[in-house]
Design a protein around this ligand. Structure first.
Ligand SMILES: Nc1ncnc2c1ncn2[C@@H]1O[C@H](COP(=O)(O)OP(=O)(O)OP(=O)(O)O)[C@@H](O)[C@H]1O
Ligand SMILES: [Mg+2]
Length: 321
């Protein structure tokens, strides 16, 4: 399968940088009262004058955007393969723009048995944040576009030095890791959205919510007293299941747990670490459990995060799970 289309990612990186540079040059020239050679508005138009007609399919969300808005081309490019594969029929709305990604709502091909699909599109801008991921990346394999481990010296050096090629590898590793983990956990019965497909910067998964809107995160709702304990137990069961696969979520909190019709769904896995090889795994596990408990205790659940973390970790390290 054709997994990575990275060229346009680079193109957008280039465009962002180029626009910034031209804006800066323009301001500098204005300050020195010189006449600008290039008006940034013109530059912006030149740089974002993509040809929608190269795509047979422009999703309705993108078509409604200003033709010069880079999101229009970004969304169209990112999902066109899924449209060709007959997985989605459109992109209708932006669900949420997060730190690293935008999530969009897409009507599904009816044959898939679901009405809606969530498309998570990682932003090219995220490349600049990869510097901070050392703590999470420790002990993780570097994957190429076929999902195979990259072992060469050249690749390792490129990753270390953050060359463009190195950043490209880091970016792919990050996304493929999220997708692979989500699939493994879903297949073993974890409460995570069913992953459907991955191409380049985009992951498709089951959408939690309905036509009116996405499921809220726990942080956005108040729980009824009788729901708190069973839902906390359920989250902890998921934490245990993840650990039995050697994973610690690493960013678990009420912000990354969706609530829908009395049930929880855990999302957002790029920070997942391998408990066998990452020295921070236990600290991250403790932090995850601490945050989750803080939330549920507010609604009357009883939990001792320190005991819970130690119990889980002991069982894990003694091979009892
Ligand atoms: N499968 C889904 N169904 C419905 N809504 C979803 C789904 N996945 C994500 N969302 C919504 O999109 C938001 C962002 O998703 P996610 O947390 O995976 O990305 P992120 O870039 O890490 O965001 P953040 O920086 O807010 O953590 C979530 O808070 C949730 O509201
Ligand atoms: Mg999130």
């Amino acid at each position: 399968m054709d997994l990575i289309h990275f060229d346009y990612q680079e193109e957008f990186e280039f465009i962002e940088v180029e626009i910034l540079q031209r804006d800066r040059q323009f301001r500098r020239r204005q300050q020195s009262r010189g006449r600008p050679k290039t008006d940034p508005a013109v530059a912006r138009r030149e740089l974002t004058d993509f040809n929608d007609h190269e795509h047979d399919f422009v999703p309705s969300y993108a078509a409604a955007l200003d033709p010069l808005h880079y999101e229009r081309q970004w969304v169209t490019n990112s999902v066109s393969g899924f449209y060709r594969d007959n997985l989605i029929t459109d992109v209708t709305r932006l669900v949420k723009g997060g730190k690293e990604a935008n999530v969009y709502c897409c009507p599904a091909n009816p044959e898939l048995g679901v009405e809606l699909i969530a498309a998570k599109l990682y932003r090219p801008r995220m490349l600049r944040h990869l510097r901070n991921d050392a703590m999470y990346r420790e002990g993780r394999l570097v994957l190429d576009s076929d999902g195979k481990e990259v072992k060469g010296d050249r690749e390792a050096r490129a990753m270390r030095k953050k060359t463009r090629f190195g950043q490209h590898l880091g970016f792919m590793t990050w996304i493929m890791h999220e997708y692979g983990v989500q699939r493994e956990l879903f297949d073993d019965g974890a409460d995570v959205p069913r992953p459907i497909a991955q191409r380049g910067n985009t992951i498709l998964m089951d959408y939690v919510g309905d036509d009116w809107g996405p499921a809220p995160t726990l942080s956005e709702i108040s729980l009824a007293a009788e729901e708190a304990q069973p839902l906390l137990d359920r989250v902890m069961e998921n934490v245990r299941l993840m650990l039995s696969h050697h994973y610690v979520h690493g960013d678990l909190s009420a912000y990354n747990i969706l609530y829908w019709e009395g049930e929880i769904t855990i999302i957002d896995f790029p920070q997942m670490v391998d408990a066998r090889s990452n020295r921070n795994a236990f600290s991250l596990l403790q932090r995850d459990i601490q945050r989750v408990c803080e939330y549920f205790v507010r609604y009357g659940a009883e939990a001792d995060p320190t005991d819970l973390s130690l119990d889980l970790w002991e069982n894990y390290t003694n091979g009892r799970m």
